[in-house]
Design a protein around this ligand. Structure first.
Ligand code: C2E
Ligand code: CA
Ligand code: CA
Length: 389
């Protein structure tokens, strides 16, 4: 079978039309929904009516992302003009989920379920269309997990924890890193490695990140004005058009000064596309937020490459920090990163500090800020606030 993209369209306000204008008007409304959809189809495509308000399209010649974006825009234009129903102008509230072709073994029922979860996402984000990738590993089990996570998010089971970052000289808490936790009613508190890997390339990772950003900024607005907050941005979202508007919105809604927000971007996200990264990071910097490069030292980038980047802080990966007291080589790497960062006027955070000796060694090498279990585990927002006194 040739590669096919699925588009699932849903009309969301037929019920309202029925309530306000009656049965006849609703039927005309549904008919117009179907007619406009038909205008979009090409001769090879197929239309399947799942329900009168839900139409599934099989698009034969739409296969890559660019084509899907174009198809989405075209469909959106078709639904833009209001419907004329019983002398009234009614706007159709339509959402669409596109599912690009996945592995050859995929079965169509499974893809329809993926499309349904795309529709949830489109409704949640209030967007005309989303592109819902087939889950990376094409296994029913991982898809089930994906749906489980999606429902947990809808039930509000995700919360942000905060881990203290302390000033290396005075050991005073200067910042909190927001780390996500899933409060699973059955299994208790679950950490990101139990859900983030299942969400790669999915629309829900976006929703989770925007949620993390908003809740972290909301919390930080309650802290003393010298305390900052750090939020992780997954590499996939670095180039997302919505990132900058979401950051700006969160800051203005909660009234947080931009300098009090640090966005943590992993080193590999930057290495993959340095030019693109410079552009996005510069725009974020214009807003006034701080940028930290996370997991630094793991990405095989040349340190010099970072000279070009608008970056405020390097976070040394905990794999170097963990053994630096016993392994001279790790100690040398940590020292080199600290010296270079300082030469480039960047601050250094060392993560994964688990004991007093490591803290002392890092202080001796000039690390600016320390983070790790020795100073505090990730904790609830209420516990973190108590710590700040
Ligand atoms: P990360 O950004 O490198 O976060 C630091 C991780 O190291 C956290 O794991 C933290 O609990 C752990 N950690 C801190 N101090 C120590 C220590 O002394 N020893 C050891 N062994 N570990 C320590 P966590 O919370 O499980 O998060 C894992 C990763 O999940 C994070 O790594 C980050 O990449 C990702 N993550 C967490 N929350 C979010 C989020 O809201 N959005 C995104 N995009 N990613 C997140
Ligand atoms: Ca981080
Ligand atoms: Ca890290």
């Amino acid at each position: 079978m040739a590669a096919t993209t699925i588009a699932l369209l849903e009309l969301n306000n037929a019920g309202e039309v029925f309530a306000e204008l009656g049965q006849n008007a609703m039927e005309l409304f549904l008919e117009e929904f179907r007619n406009r959809t038909l205008r979009f189809l090409r001769s090879d495509d197929e239309l399947i009516e799942v329900q009168p308000t839900k139409l599934c399209l099989l698009l034969k010649n739409v296969t890559d992302r660019v084509q899907i974006e174009l198809a989405g825009a075209k469909l959106h234009r078709l639904f833009d003009p209001p419907f004329s129903i019983a002398d009234e102008e009614v706007n159709a509230r339509v959402h669409t989920a596109f599912v690009p072709p996945g592995a050859s073994s995929e079965d169509s029922r499974n893809r329809l379920r993926v499309a349904e979860s795309g529709l949830n996402e489109a409704r949640r984000q209030n967007r005309f269309f989303v592109i819902q990738e087939y889950p990376a590993t094409n296994h029913v089990a991982s898809f089930r997990r994906y749906r489980e996570i999606e429902r947990a998010f809808e039930r509000g089971e995700f919360v942000m924890y905060f881990q203290p970052l302390v000033d290396s000289c005075h050991r005073k808490v200067v910042s909190g890193e927001a780390l996500m936790r899933w409060h699973d009613p059955q299994l208790g508190v679950r950490s990101p490695d139990q859900f983030i890997p299942y969400l790669e390339r999915s629309a829900i990772l976006k929703s989770l990140t925007w949620f993390a950003l908003k809740s972290a900024v909301a919390q930080a607005a309650r802290w003393p004005s010298e305390t900052t907050v750090a939020v992780n941005v997954s590499p996939m979202l670095l180039h997302d058009d919505e990132l900058i508007p979401h950051v700006a919105d969160a800051l203005s809604i909660f009234g947080l000064a931009p300098q009090r927000l640090t966005l943590e971007i992993t080193e590999d996200a930057v290495v993959e596309d340095p030019r693109g990264a410079i552009e996005v990071l510069s725009r974020l910097r214009e807003i006034g937020v701080q940028i930290a490069i996370d997991d630094f030292g793991t990405g095989y980038s040349s340190l010099a490459a970072f000279r070009e980047l608008p970056v405020d802080t390097l976070k040394i990966d905990r794999s170097f920090v963990a053994n630096m007291v016993d392994h001279p080589r790790d100690n040398d790497i940590v020292r080199a990163i600290i010296d270079l960062a300082h030469a480039l006027s960047m601050k250094v955070v060392a993560e994964g500090v688990e004991d007093l000796n490591t803290a002392a060694a890092l202080q001796g090498l000039g690390a600016d800020v320390l983070q790790g279990f020795w100073f505090g585990m990730p904790m609830t927002a209420a516990e973190f606030e108590q710590l700040l006194g």
